[in-house]
Design a protein around this ligand. Structure first.
Ligand code: NDP
Length: 480
């Protein structure tokens, strides 16, 4: 049984408490490794290592930092099979998905910021005729990166790569539920020769390690992705210390299907946007609004295709959905299906857990579930479920669907399906959402700003936005 270690000051070390947490493979429901049950003492060690490493790392040229990041990207590619297998086992997601989505993107994150830093430029303002201002962007120091379990290495590296590229040293915490690829990343950093203390990974529970990062006065900036309730705790801990915060939080994303859509593209992509990664992507469209003239047609075809999805062993190539990440999360998702029934919903397909035979007989599997007949304002349609459950709701007019779409406390992403350019623009502008996809879903360009409004977060990741977040501006004015 493998014991994962913290990665601090360039070395693997055991948690100071000597305690470990069981790490469960959700596809089989069994412990398969142990992770450090670290606490604020381990965070303090990591912060000390990061502080010591900071002056030298911040003084390196962009070319030197770029070379380290590109080396890490290339090693992620080299070990992609091993990383994908680890991600699938740790998270329960289909191995094919881990290969095609998670690990490729983790390498791309390092590659993107390894090259982006070479193109960063500073601003200058000529105050005619008396002065020149120039604005420096300096690394902040020790920054904290905290990430969730749904896209473990993908989201972890999306924070770490820009933080390092900008010249910061990092204390990072992956989700305690899916720590394995972060651990493998620390092996990769050692192989890449990353100077000691530049990146430090502390494993353990959110309320211990995460909270200690949030409260540590020597970490002036935190980039966090996770649930809205946790984001609030981090904001509460960080506010009295005036920490810089980037918060990527929950969502309840609308997927809006107009009658004039390209039907085939809309229905095929909606199956993907509902159930990829067992619906555990913050961008999944969990509320599908369908214009009345095509409601029955869309519903029938959508449900027919959802019934064809195979829930199975994540390691088998033909499994469309794997396991839900944990027993606790499976119970939460099932409880929302029960709530939907109590709220008057009709389950069109799915609705139950799945008992597989053989190796996965004790795994945490749920049928992809489609529900209709609910008010857009009921709890099922207002609260984030973050699982393989979607609802179908008919609508008549643009104004009506905009009202429904904007009715939740969230505002992360939205999808619109229409062939009418005016409808597309009008609705896209009216939606309270940080990201809008028109006739597509999860089509990403890493240069674009990524993030949500309302309870979906604060700030933006992606492109130069992340480099701005991880730097502090200093304006210097010279009188001529
Ligand atoms: P959580 O908020 O439970 O956890 C996220 C991370 O925060 C984990 O590493 C967790 O550790 C840690 N944490 C927990 N408590 C604290 C604390 N008090 N202080 C500091 N850190 C803490 O989210 P989940 O892992 O359950 O992820 C699912 C959520 O993430 C969903 O709401 C989803 O919408 C959101 N998400 C948002 C995205 C976006 O880009 N907006 C992208 C992906 C997911 P531990 O695991 O030990 O609890």
């Amino acid at each position: 049984m493998e014991y994962i270690k913290n990665y601090t000051d360039g070395k693997f070390i055991s948690p100071i408490s000597g305690k470990y947490i069981e790490n469960i493979n959700p596809a089989i429901g069994e412990i398969y490794s142990y992770i450090p049950d670290a606490d604020e003492q381990d965070v303090a060690l990591a912060v000390a290592a990061a502080k010591a490493a900071f002056p030298a790392w911040a003084a390196t040229s962009a070319q030197v930092r770029s070379a380290f990041l590109l080396k890490i990207a290339s090693l992620i590619d080299t070990y992609s099979e091993k990383l994908a297998l680890a991600e699938s086992i740790d998270n329960g997601k289909p191995l094919e998905l881990a290969k095609t989505m998670d690990i490729g993107r983790a390498a791309a994150n390092f590659h993107f910021y390894g090259t982006a830093i070479l193109h960063e430029s500073s601003e200058s303002h000529f105050t005619s005729p008396t002065a020149i201002n120039y604005t420096l962007r300096k690394p902040i120091g020790v920054v904290g990166c905290i990430s969730p379990w749904n896209l473990p290495l993908y989201l972890f590296t999306w924070k770490i790569a820009p933080a390092l590229a900008a010249g910061n040293c990092v204390v990072a915490k992956p989700s305690e539920i899916t720590p394995m690829t972060a651990y493998l990343l620390s092996e990769i950093c050692i192989e890449a020769g990353l100077p000691k203390g530049v990146l430090n990974l502390v494993h353990g529970y959110g309320h211990k390690v995460g909270q200690a990062i949030a409260e540590n006065p020597e970490i002036p900036a935190i980039s966090f992705t996770g649930g809205t309730a946790t984001g609030k705790k981090i904001a509460l801990a960080g506010a009295p210390l005036f920490k810089k915060l980037s918060l990527e939080l929950g969502g309840k994303n609308p997927n809006i299907i107009f009658s004039d859509c390209n039907f085939e593209n809309a229905v095929a992509t909606s199956v993907r946007s509902s159930f990829t990664n067992q619906g555990q992507i913050c961008l999944c469209g969990s509320r599908i609004f369908i214009q009345k003239p095509i409601y029955e047609k869309f519903k029938n075809e959508f449900v027919r295709r959802v019934k064809l999805l195979k829930v199975g062993d994540p390691l088998q190539a033909d499994s469309d959905l794997g396991a839900t990440v944990s027993k606790q999360h499976k119970d939460k998702v099932l409880s929302y299906i029960e709530l939907a029934k109590q709220e008057g919903g009709t389950v069109l397909t799915g609705g139950k857990d799945v008992k597989l035979q053989g190796r996965c007989e004790n795994g945490y599997f749920i049928e992809p579930t489609v529900i209709e007949g609910l008010s857009p304002y009921c709890r099922t349609n207002q609260e984030e479920i973050f699982g393989s459950v979607v609802t179908l709701t008919p609508f008549e007019s643009e104004e009506e669907v905009i009202r429904y779409a904007n009715s939740t406390p969230y505002g992360l992403s939205a999808t619109i399906w229409t062939e009418n350019l005016n409808t597309a623009h009008h609705v896209a502008h009216a939606l309270e959402s940080g990201i809008v996809w028109i006739n597509c879903w999860l089509l990403r360009d890493l240069r674009t700003p990524f993030g949500g409004v309302k309870n979906s977060g604060l700030g933006r990741e992606g492109g130069f936005e992340a480099l701005k977040f991880f730097t502090e501006e200093k304006n210097i004015c010279i009188k001529l």
